[in-house]
Write a protein that binds this ligand. Structure first.
Ligand SMILES: Nc1ncnc2c1ncn2[C@@H]1O[C@H](COP(=O)(O)OP(=O)(O)OP(=O)(O)O)[C@@H](O)[C@H]1O
Ligand SMILES: [Mg+2]
Length: 223
């Protein structure tokens, strides 16, 4: 197992009272798997994904990475976990508009003692990997939605994450672009053995998973 969570609960205070966005959830994510998470709006998908990536602290429960418990109260440990092991892809791409494609990746690279040309070379390699070698100096607004999402994927891969988390990565794309992005995620999963966890609304996209989870009110309905 790459990640395990035990009895995970995340409680939010809303205007109408408390809600368990994730409700006493236990889940094992096998190394190298492609997990898809579906569920109605508000079922807790994003909340679960943020917790799995160390971006959000659960209210209670335990989390293990590679069999070792992560101290969820230790901000440094969580930050280390994120930067060493996790890559994130969001629905809205979240690229920096005033940086070119290659620069968006360069700033994400964790590189000590590397000169700028080495960093640029690595960023260009990543863009080539997602099929954008001829778009490296374009700004996000000069790229199509599918191309922007590919830049975002290349950025998520910058530090060779073991775990790639994607929140509705095809939510803003039409069906043919969606398939392109899904094939890239599948290729990352199969060629690099990167574990992928993808939240999606689309049953077609969920088919890409070899482990499928359906959430209902913060609980797993089936997998
Ligand atoms: N920061 C917050 N403060 C209060 N309540 C929140 C917060 N974030 C999420 N919630 C609530 O937690 C529940 C789960 O939200 P979450 O965003 O995880 O759902 P989701 O399954 O990702 O939905 P969607 O498909 O619409 O993205 C919802 O009821 C939401 O209103
Ligand atoms: Mg969501």
């Amino acid at each position: 197992m790459i990640v395990q969570v035990n009895n995970l609960t995340k409680t939010y205070l809303r205007h109408d009272g408390y809600i368990n966005a994730v409700d006493n959830l236990t889940l094992d994510i096998p190394k190298g798997s492609f997990v898809t998470i579906t569920g109605a709006s508000g079922s807790g998908k994003t909340t679960l994904l943020l917790i799995l990536g160390g971006l959000l602290r659960p209210t209670s429960g335990k989390m293990f990475y590679d069999g070792k418990e992560i101290d969820l109260h230790d901000e440094d440990e969580l930050a280390k976990f994120r930067s060493n092991h996790v890559g994130f892809v969001m629905q809205s791409f979240a690229l920096i508009p005033y940086l070119t494609a290659v620069e968006n990746i360069m700033i994400a690279l964790n590189v000590k003692n590397s000169n700028k040309s080495t960093i640029r070379k690595r960023a260009n390699e990543l863009l080539k990997w997602v099929g954008l070698e001829d778009r490296t100096t374009h700004y996000p607004k000069e790229l199509s939605a599918g191309q922007q999402q590919r830049v975002a994927i290349a950025r998520a891969l910058a530090n060779n994450p073991d775990l790639l988390l994607a929140d509705e990565p095809t939510g803003n794309l039409d069906p043919s672009l969606s398939e392109e992005i899904l094939s890239i995620l599948k290729e990352i999963n199969q060629k690099h053995n990167t574990t992928v966890v993808m939240v999606t609304h689309s049953p077609m996209a969920a088919e890409y998973g070899n482990t499928r989870i359906h959430l209902n009110k913060g609980k797993i309905l089936s997998d």
